[in-house]
Design a protein around this ligand. Sequence first.
Ligand SMILES: [Ca+2]
Length: 375
Amino acid sequence: MEMVLIMHWYLIQVLVLVEPTWTLMTSTSGTLLQKGVTGRSLNGYTLETVTVENLVKCSLLCVANEDCFSFNFEHGTTGMAQCDLVYCNAETNNSALVSQSALTYYGQISEAHVPLCDACVHSPCQNGGTCMVTGPFPANFTCECLPEFSGNECENAVLDEDCGVDPTYTGVKQLMAADRRIFSAYCEQGWSYVLKRVDGSEDFYRTWVEYQQGFGGRNNEHFIGLDNLASMLRGRSYKVRFDLTPWPTNVSTPLTGFAEYSTFDMADESDKYRINITGYSGTAGNAMLVQNGQQFSTYDRDNDVSISNCAVRFKGAGWYNNCHRCNLFGLYANGTLCPKMGQCVSWFTWPAQLAPPNSNNYASFKEASMKIYPI
Ligand SMILES: [Ca+2]
């Protein structure tokens, strides 16, 4: 039996005598009720071993250390004694409590949450997995992983983060961005499609919320969604490519054209999906030059720099400036001629003149897409 009297400027002493040894210590930061297990010490979870004058000093060191939850103390010596600070708290039946006649283990009895000394004490399961103890410390645990992760410690994502992970795959795939956002995309030779226009089957004159979430079947006309795109772009770096196919015309024009940008990034909703798009190369002309640095707008959310509402005026959505030189989210016309200037799926910098009067502002494309590739 042992009596401990603690007097300290921030520690109020209380003494309780029960079997085997109880010590109630109250500090300004809370109550620490400690139970001593005489003749045994806890092995394997030591934070630090120090030598101290007495038990009170050992207790105080543990109280002052936010990572310390229990300790071993060496009794019966004159002068300095061993004090092992322990980073967790053991129940008295813990198999790591071993006989050692000179030592007493002081565990903690507290209503506050304390980490238990077991194989899960280091939280070995990653990505939100739940740890379960299967035997003695340190290796005996299993992780119950969330559905999107696998591996002994849930370290492997089940889903690819973009289409670039498997360039041989063509088709729709479920992806998970680095921030764990799960969504689907159309994949082709490592490219992840952001936008696809092919036949006018999907309505693109849509609301802010619809553009945030994405719409359309991923095998056909669709938009991937601003929040999905922002998640992908946050995870790694991408280049972006626009592919355009004009309607068959009787004028001399390339059958297809493209614009690729070596730098492509986009803010999230907090900056209204503002884009940074530079490093043009291609055959379709640099129509995105005017859109670079702009926020996204829809007919119900005017973030453009025009005094008018560009999305309403040009019947689309996009990174409008004052207003645009390409309108890939615009109306779909079943032919080259767009009924109204700039309202259709247009790309003004196309190298050949597609439609009168003397400009491509009245031209509409048969097919258009936007896709990204990891760099
Ligand atoms: Ca405006």
